[in-house]
Write a protein that binds this ligand. Structure first.
Ligand code: UDP
Ligand code: MG
Length: 329
């Protein structure tokens, strides 16, 4: 069978209240697009009627494909599984709850046709989300941006279109703790945004309770930044300065005999030991940071194109993805 032009990846976790409407909206939208398509549902270990509902849909529509996880592995892993299997020349990731309106994809496809490799959805307005969620999200993305060394757009989720080259490059990134939106930024290529209003969740509750949100935020920061490890070094240097000042003052007090014997010695020892320990922790942090970077085994670079070279691997990755090793566009 020929590869479709468009793949939609939709992670679903306990979304039985939504599947019917999702199917209706998808079909309405896909009837309008002038492309061949497939929809990849990734059932992330749902415990409700979701698997049965997806089974029914797939039985009636062969272009609906379903990957079912053996248990809940999490949203980021679910979209990764989708990217591992998506065949389209353009691949779109979208939520099942219709917060990422299928109609916006039309605009994304236009941008892709203009030559962009990544078109991310940027949320202009967010409806129906608590002040708490909006505020924490706003703070989080700004902190993250300050901490990580790559350029990442503000106010974007995973709702985005990626060209096949980007998807193939993403397949080479096999790290365990995945923060997909930043990984897509890391991969590079020509990126642009379309702005959209994010509607309220169609039905059901958020599948991201606070606990998962915190986990997600920590994953985001730690998988792209070793700044937290460096904090020890800075604290160490700061306490080094404090130690020198304290020592001078303690010596002066001892010489002018304002203190009991032994006090100055203890003060100096404590101050110096504290800063020495912090600095050494920082040094360890630098090495751990490097080990961390190495064990991720990311490709060193991603090639977008070559001229006058055999086109073995346009979207180069130094490692082969585990699935579909030989197929390249
Ligand atoms: N989701 C998933 N696995 C999870 C949590 C969520 O596949 O462990 C899916 C969920 O079904 C939805 C998308 O990820 O399609 C985004 O989740 P949700 O809408 O609950 O997040 P929110 O929009 O509240 O941040
Ligand atoms: Mg949602």
């Amino acid at each position: 069978m020929q590869r479709p032009a468009l793949s939609l990846i939709i992670p679903v976790y306990n979304e039985e209240a939504i599947i019917e409407e999702l199917d209706r909206r998808l079909k309405a939208f896909l009837a309008e697009v002038d492309e061949t398509w497939e929809v990849l549902f990734v059932d992330d270990g749902s415990q409700d009627g979701t698997p049965a509902a997806l089974g029914q849909l797939a039985a009636a529509e062969p272009r609906y494909k379903v990957i079912s996880f053996s248990r809940n592995f999490g949203h980021q892993i679910a979209i990764t599984a989708g990217m591992d299997r998506a065949e389209g020349d353009a691949v779109v990731i979208m939520d099942a709850d219709l917060q990422d309106p299928p109609e916006v994809v039309t605009e994304m496809i236009q941008k892709w046709r203009e030559g962009y490799d990544v078109v991310y959805g940027q949320r202009a307005i967010r409806h129906g989300e608590s002040v708490f969620k909006r505020a924490t999200a706003a703070v989080f993305y700004r902190v993250l941006r300050a901490l990580i060394p790559i350029e990442m757009p503000l106010d974007t989720g995973d709702f985005r279109l990626m060209s096949r080259s980007v998807v193939l490059s993403m397949r080479a990134l096999r790290e365990q703790h995945r923060f997909v939106r930043a990984m897509v930024s890391w991969v590079g290529f020509k990126q642009t945004a379309v702005r959209y209003e994010r509607p309220e969740r169609f039905a059901g509750d958020t599948k991201y309770p606070l606990r998962k949100m915190i986990r997600f935020a920590i994953d985001g920061i730690t998988s792209f930044s070793i700044v937290p490890l460096r904090v020890a070094t800075w604290l160490g240097l700061l306490s080094g300065v404090v130690a020198i000042v304290t020592s001078a003052w303690a010596l002066y007090a001892a010489i002018t005999e304002q203190t009991v014997p032994g006090w100055a010695t203890i003060m100096i020892a404590v101050a110096l030991a504290a800063s020495a320990q912090l600095i050494m922790t920082g040094v360890l942090g630098e090495y751990i940071g490097r080990i961390y970077e190495e064990v991720k085994r990311r490709p060193l670079y991603v090639v977008a194109d070559t001229l006058n070279l055999p086109s073995t691997d346009a979207s180069s990755a130094t490692m082969e993805p585990p699935a579909e090793p030989s197929e390249r566009s």
